[in-house]
Design a protein around this ligand. Structure first.
Ligand SMILES: [Zn+2]
Length: 307
């Protein structure tokens, strides 16, 4: 009998790292969380990533499992083919060869992926998009990003930057986006944008979740902000559908936690925008914030199969 195996998986975010040991069948065996400590600079973050990964491999061995691979997901621009974290605004990576570093430190094959593409991969294969074949995963949080997954593989793009649906222009002359251009989807409809817009109209700060709750309670300004958000998202998703013709759109990230309050009007607004395009199924993500970590494990397993 072959001994039980485990994949070491890490999803590195701007503030925290979600880490896990995952069985090759996709079952999560163990989870850990660690602060990223991005303020310490990228070199210190890399040290922490390697240390945590090494610790997880040790934990697997202590539990009687053989660690077989390491999967890591990071934000920003990621060159998956070379295993390089090319650029990241919130972690500060600039051309960090993370895959090579992890392989050298742990003596295990490693794979590096993009956090949202990893999350989308997991949702498409194990979560809300399971069985759909063609899936667009859209994460709506501080920003908006997407992963286009076809038969279990996420498109990476020529430069590691596919899926930036948050920078589709939806409101020419609208609020300025973090990328510098006015009117991007993310500047109008991300969770942060919802809070900003409400503060602008109501003169008091509120989180997107608070705006959602106030809109549900019938507060008119909150209702207006929510409707504007839904309209902008529908414009963005309609562009996504025109490009990708998917069977299922999976919505994840903080804003999707509003559930039916977001999905029902968004489904209607998307329906209005479909002409000859086939309307996709619109569903909420199913894996929660474990998705990125699970996706990192899937990437590592896929990579192992190719070797
Ligand atoms: Zn932008």
């Amino acid at each position: 009998m072959t001994p039980a195996q485990a994949v070491v998986a890490l999803d590195v975010g701007g503030t925290g790292m979600k880490c896990a040991l995952v069985d090759p069948d996709g079952t999560v065996l163990h989870t850990e969380r660690h602060p990223t400590g991005a303020e310490r600079g990228p070199a210190a973050v890399v040290d922490t990533i390697l240390e945590v990964a090494e610790g997880l491999a040790g934990k697997a061995r202590a539990d009687g499992r053989t660690p077989v691979a390491v999967g890591m997901a990071v934000p920003g621009v990621v060159d998956e083919a070379r295993g390089v974290a090319v650029w990241s605004a919130n972690v500060g990576f600039r051309d960090v060869p993370l895959r090579e570093l992890a392989e050298a430190r742990l003596g295990l094959p490693a794979a590096l992926g993009h956090d949202v593409r990893a999350g989308g991969l997991a949702e498409a294969r194990l979560g809300a998009g399971r069985g759909a074949g063609h899936v667009l995963f859209v994460a709506i949080g501080t920003g908006i990003a997407a992963a286009h997954v076809v038969h279990g593989a996420a498109a990476v793009g020529a430069h590691g930057a596919a899926g930036e649906i948050g920078h589709i222009l939806v409101r020419p002359g609208g609020p300025r986006c973090g990328c510098g251009r006015p009117g991007c989807l993310e500047a109008v409809a991300s969770a942060s944008a919802v809070g900003r817009r409400y503060a602008e109209l109501a003169g008091e700060p509120a989180t997107a979740a608070e705006v959602a709750a106030r809109a549900a309670a019938g507060e008119s300004l909150a209702g207006q902000v929510w409707r504007e958000t839904v309209e902008a998202l529908a414009d963005g998703l309609a562009s996504g559908q025109a490009l990708f013709d998917v069977a299922t759109i999976v919505l994840g990230g903080g804003l999707a936690q509003a559930g039916a309050q977001l999905l029902d009007p968004l489904r209607a607004a998307l329906h209005e925008r479909m002409t000859f395009h086939r309307e996709p199924r619109l569903v909420a993500a199913a894996l929660g914030d474990e998705a990125g970590c699970l996706g990192a494990a899937l990437l590592a397993l896929d990579d192992l199969e190719k070797r």
